[in-house]
Design a protein around this ligand. Structure first.
Ligand SMILES: CC(C)(COP(=O)(O)OP(=O)(O)OC[C@H]1O[C@@H](n2cnc3c(N)ncnc32)[C@H](O)[C@@H]1OP(=O)(O)O)[C@@H](O)C(=O)NCCC(=O)NCCS
Length: 171
């Protein structure tokens, strides 16, 4: 299927559609307020302008943090997730990349794109650890708690950390 790619902030009406869609999945738990903070989102759309999938990015000091990452249910399992991350990773040949997820599909895609899993949690870079902590903290709300109770995000499996470094560094 022909796909259009855009890299920009999401519009309010797109966020509304996205937030409804992700209610179907155990992860991510990303509300409207949080989606608005992503300045550069990789957006895949059909030629009819329907959302296929999105992936947020955050530029940290030394890292590009990838995610939240969502492919709409009707397009899942058709290679769109891989395609979106392929485009994204191709844009950052000079950067160190990080993605974390409980999703087995994300683990598969990241591994195929040359990411390595950090098995020792203590080896997660401090900047990433701090980002994840503040991300949760900043997004705490009654809605967030309600969604956690409803979705049971941990049921999908352990949160796994993947990195792709410019140089080979052992974790
Ligand atoms: C995770 C997600 C973005 C992947 O997108 P996708 O378009 O479905 O993925 P692809 O079709 O590119 O598949 C990638 C690989 O994962 C595999 N895969 C898909 N779902 C899987 C699952 N539940 N378990 C194991 N592997 C799976 C595919 O078979 C494929 O492997 P292959 O290339 O060897 O065939 C999408 O499934 C999704 O949005 N899930 C709900 C939200 C979510 O969990 N997001 C991630 C957490 S932030």
């Amino acid at each position: 299927m022909e796909t259009n790619f855009e890299k920009r902030k999401l519009r309010d009406e797109e966020i509304d559609v996205l937030v409804e869609e992700i209610k179907k999945f155990p992860n991510p738990i990303t509300g409207k307020k949080s989606w608005k903070t992503f300045e550069k989102v990789y957006i895949a759309k059909t030629l009819q302008n329907n959302l296929i999938g999105v992936c947020g990015t955050k530029k940290l000091n030394n890292w590009i943090k990838i995610g939240p990452f969502v492919v709409f249910e009707k397009y899942q399992g058709k290679g769109f997730g891989k395609k979106i991350l392929d485009v994204l990773v191709g844009d950052y040949p000079q950067d160190d990349l990080f993605i974390g997820s409980r999703s087995p599909a994300v683990a598969k895609i990241a591994t195929k794109l040359g990411f390595e899993e950090i098995v020792n949690i203590l080896s997660v870079p401090n900047e990433i650890r701090w980002y994840l902590f503040t991300y949760i903290f900043e997004n705490l709300s009654l809605e967030f708690f309600k969604e956690c109770m409803r979705k049971k995000p941990t049921s999908e499996g352990p949160y796994r950390y993947f990195v792709r470094k410019r140089e080979n560094i052992n974790y």
